[in-house]
Ligand binder design. Structure first.
Ligand code: M6R
Length: 406
């Protein structure tokens, strides 16, 4: 039974009662779950987080299923009214918290570059209390794994109260409050995520946001047939590309041993991969309790370089993209201060392991989809560092899976 806003349930061994917000006893319809037992069982894995990291190829394939079997992209994947709504939209506002907010930060690069739409991304808990200027032509996109995060729900209500009418949610739970509140929706099909640290929900959110970008770009005449087919091809290849990255697991487990006695870590990325550095830092702090921060690498010299010494591991996300040479010179600044580098680099980037440089070679460069691939090793790193530290991986202290209170 899905509770309505304000409902309270009293559950006994053989009975239950539900009261609505005014205290009246009410009945709510029963839905029979289609989830298989298997999706809730650990199977061969030690923790749900590990299982969920390894489920990503399937979760992505499931999320992209409707698109990958079709020959072209249609707005209908976001709802029957999407085509009409998208044609009126001139900008995007993404609202989310935590990891879901990081997915929004990646999407901003895609939406502005590919679809040519101005995009802002706000932390829902801040937006809900901010006096902002509403543009009725903005599409408000809320992103949430659970669809029950109190701040994201309040931010959506705040946006609606300010006059925003175009609302879309990207969510992993079909019956959630967020989905019910939004006019348009795209469901990620990651399956239940039990570990508090969000993994497969994040990469499937990215896949959904990339689809949104492509659909908007096509509708705005910014995607020709050849480009559309190329993007569809890349999306079809994504699950196997993720599978290839997962093979790095044993190497990352070894690398993680170096972090057992560390108290701080610095994550660096540039452009599209700066949010991935943020996500890597969040994963590490959340489950290993190591203090971690992320910076766009170009910001190093504006402050964080002062922190770098031999006790500060510096983790760099190094895709083979247009900013590679800039990143390399940023990393030289780290080495010059004695910082120990852990570089996750694409093929062809010509990084070499050596004194103070640990190289983790990624199989390929995935273009616009590269942030999805670069997320995987950082999830594994956080997981194996947490094992080294002996923390409760699936239920880190002080945190809840769904943050339904302010
Ligand atoms: O369910 P949501 O996606 O709305 O949750 C938002 C955050 O609470 C969540 O992503 C949190 O940051 C994760 N525990 C991070 O791993």
């Amino acid at each position: 039974m899905y509770l309505e806003e304000g409902d309270v349930a009293e559950i006994g061994l053989s009975s239950h009662r539900i009261f609505d917000a005014s205290g009246q006893a009410v009945e709510r319809p029963v839905h029979v779950s289609t989830l298989s037992n298997e999706s809730m069982e650990l199977g061969e894995y030690r923790h749900y987080m590990q299982k969920e990291i390894f489920e990503q190829p399937q979760a992505l394939a499931d999320t992209l299923e409707a698109v990958c079997y079709s020959q072209s992209l249609v707005p209908g994947i976001f709802g029957a009214e999407a085509a009409a709504a998208f044609s009126q939209v001139d900008s995007i506002l993404i609202l989310a918290c935590g990891t879901s907010h990081h997915a929004g930060l990646v999407a901003r690069y895609w939406l502005e570059e590919i679809a040519g739409l101005p995009c802002s991304v706000e932390i829902a808990s801040e937006y809900r209390y901010r006096v902002s200027v509403a543009n009725p032509k903005t599409l408000v996109v809320t992103v949430s794994q659970s669809g029950e995060t109190a701040d994201t729900l309040a931010a959506l209500n705040h946006a609606r109260a300010q006059g925003h009418t175009h609302t879309l949610s990207i969510c992993n739970v079909p019956e959630s409050a967020l989905v019910r509140l939004s006019k348009l929706r795209m469901l990620t099909r990651a399956g239940p995520e039990i570990g508090v640290a969000s993994t497969k929900a994040f990469t499937t959110q990215l896949a959904a946001l990339f689809l949104l970008t492509l659909v908007l770009a096509k509708q705005r005449g910014r995607l020709n047939e050849e480009e559309e087919q190329r993007h569809l091809h890349d999306l079809r290849h994504l699950p196997s590309a993720v599978q290839a990255v997962l093979k790095l697991e044993p190497d990352i487990a070894r690398l993680a041993e170096n972090f057992a006695d560390k108290h701080h870590a610095l994550f660096l990325g540039r452009g599209l991969h700066y949010p991935i550095a943020l996500e890597g830092a969040l994963k590490l702090k959340e489950i290993s309790y190591i203090h971690a921060e992320a910076y766009p690498a170009g910001e190093l010299k504006h402050g964080p370089l002062a922190l770098v010494d031999q006790d500060m591991p510096v983790i760099a996300v190094a895709p083979n993209d247009a900013l590679l040479e800039k990143l390399k010179s940023n990393l030289q600044e780290v080495r010059a201060r004695g910082g120990e580098l852990y570089v996750f680099a694409d093929a062809g980037t010509r990084f070499h392991s050596g004194e103070g440089v640990h190289l983790m070679q990624m199989p390929e460069h995935a273009g616009y989809l590269s942030p999805i691939l670069h997320t995987i090793p950082l999830q594994l790193l956080a997981y194996y560092v947490a094992l080294q530290k002996g923390t409760d991986v699936d239920k880190p202290r002080n945190l809840a899976k769904s943050v339904t209170v302010e």
